[in-house]
Design a protein around this ligand. Structure first.
Ligand code: 4AD
Ligand code: MG
Length: 479
């Protein structure tokens, strides 16, 4: 093990006048004397003080923003403001020089988020991205902890599959054909029998269907993995590659499902608030700065920390799609024709402007909508007796819109087959899915939580491309 101590531990240390070794990257170097050193263990920098009068000026010139250094010295109580302790350097070694003429990340004039996206390989080195990725880490750990504490089995569902779980057809093909010259059938169509898997395959859009199979034996499972959608949506809420958490529970109905989703969200937000207090404080300040650029009426009345706390302290509002349509129809923006998509009647899909109205203006808290029209939902959702709606649920969050989508599943074979026929879902391809309805079917439910949308909410960032290390979106797969 390295003798090095991480900066987070040093800054919390009660002991001074001890020898230490620290390693990290120079954030700034001031007056040839004070290095602000960061190693990613915390947002705070360690001040390293150099005896510059006894140091070769040529060496001092190599201590530049971005350089990697190793320092051995003494941890002492700091006289300066802003920190309790600092390190008096005895010896400094430059591990990696960083040419200030060429280094694109000069922190003096704050780089824009758009610019940082173009240098995503370096943006980890900023305070903002350091905080985001530490929070992202905590949230994923907390998700596992939540499910593990409750006896759920973490299930790895396949990335390559022949099914399109959501039936929306927005998949990326997986093939090892020579695309210029794929084998053809007699009719001139591409012959997927000749392809690697002997059939057409794609990247998964959801692990749900496989998750259901395991839940029919293990009771409670969850997946947590990458998901791929070739939807051409250039928005601040969509990625072509995102991470999804999909729990699936035997013997759950929709109410149990909603309770679990709400408990999960509160648990992980609380975890991050405690574990990442400093980072969230920093991100709160960042958001406040950003909002100063906006007109008064567009600023939020709560700070980021307050918004997160508010979520923990209040029950999510639960209502049906039908009730939501009534509220939207009667709403001021609808009557004044302020919605881009006017709400005319029952049956239309909700647009994000409608979801945001409900959450941000009407209820002012997270909302769970249930019982959507069957026409706008997937084939596997349990049909209600009214013949019109299904036991779906969407959890909507302020500033985000849809955070979670889920449902109670249709466990009755005849009803499921009938719906698949109506929607043109090939039953023969999903024979294995239908088998679970033949052999010991039981009521069950589950949902999908979009991990980046959760990180977006907890960090207060505005664009989903900034909460995943290397975002994938239309016309971009750099890094
Ligand atoms: O609502 P969706 O499409 O539901 C499913 O995939 C179900 N199979 C889930 C289940 O019941 N097991 O997706 C679930 C969530 C959405 O609520 C959203 O948070 C997120 O995944 N999501 C996306 N996040 C980022 N980029 C995209 N393109 C997303 N599409 C969905
Ligand atoms: Mg959905």
């Amino acid at each position: 093990m390295s003798q090095r101590t991480k900066i987070k531990a040093l800054l919390e240390s009660e002991q001074t006048d001890v020898s230490v070794i620290v390693k990290g990257w120079v954030r700034t170097f001031r007056n040839n004397q004070f290095i602000a050193l960061n190693d990613g263990s915390t947002n705070n920098n360690l001040q390293v003080v150099i005896d510059f009068e006894n140091t070769d000026p040529a060496f001092l010139k190599r201590i530049t923003t971005g350089a990697a250094i190793s320092v051995s010295g003494t941890l002492v109580a700091s006289l300066g403001k802003g920190q309790k302790v600092e390190v008096k350097a005895k010896e400094i070694e430059i591990l990696g020089d960083c040419d200030p003429e060429k280094y694109p990340l000069q922190l003096k004039n704050r780089p824009s988020l758009e610019f940082l996206r173009e240098i995503a390989h370096l943006r980890f080195r900023t305070n903002t991205f350091g905080a985001i990725f530490r929070v992202r880490n905590s949230l994923s750990f907390a998700i596992h902890q939540f499910f593990q504490e409750r006896g759920f089995v973490y299930l790895h569902t396949p990335i390559i599959t022949a099914s399109d779980a959501e039936g929306a057809g927005e998949t990326f093909h997986v093939t090892n054909f020579d695309l210029a010259n794929p084998p053809k059938t007699e009719n001139g169509e591409i012959d997927f029998k000749e392809d690697f898997f002997g059939r057409a395959t794609n990247l998964t859009v959801s692990g749900q269907l496989e998750g259901e199979l395991a839940a029919m034996a293990l009771s409670d499972i969850y997946t947590f993995g990458p998901t791929f959608r070739a939807e051409n949506s250039n928005t601040t809420r969509h990625l072509a590659e995102f991470w999804m958490i999909e729990p699936e529970m035997a013997f759950y109905d929709l109410n149990d499902n909603m309770d679990l989703a709400e408990a999960l969200l509160k648990y992980v937000i609380k975890y991050a608030l405690e574990k990442n207090a400093e980072d969230i404080e920093f991100l709160t300040q960042r958001l406040q700065e950003e909002e100063k650029q906006k007109p008064q009426n567009e600023r939020s009345d709560m700070s980021l920390v307050e918004k997160l706390q508010f979520c923990l302290d209040h029950d999510f509002e639960r209502l049906t799609y039908t009730e939501a349509i009534e509220i939207l129809k009667e709403s001021t923006p609808n009557k004044k024709k302020k919605f881009q998509y006017p709400v005319e009647g029952w049956g239309t899909d909700l647009q994000s402007e409608h979801e945001r109205y409900l959450v941000e203006k009407h209820f002012k808290k997270p909302v769970i909508l249930t019982d959507y029209p069957k026409e706008i939902k997937a084939f596997y959702m349990r049909q209600n007796d009214d013949g019109k709606t299904v036991r779906a649920m969407d959890v909507l969050f302020p500033g985000i819109g849809e955070m979670v989508g889920g449902s109670q599943r249709e466990e009755r074979l005849d009803k499921l087959e009938q719906r698949m026929d109506e929607m043109g879902i090939p039953k023969d391809e999903l024979w294995w899915y239908l088998d679970t309805r033949r052999f010991g079917a039981c009521p069950h439910a589950g949902f999908g939580l979009g991990f980046e949308r959760l990180v977006l909410f907890v960090t207060g960032m505005g664009n989903i491309r900034d909460v995943i290390p290397f975002p994938r979106y239309p016309k971009n797969a750099e890094f």
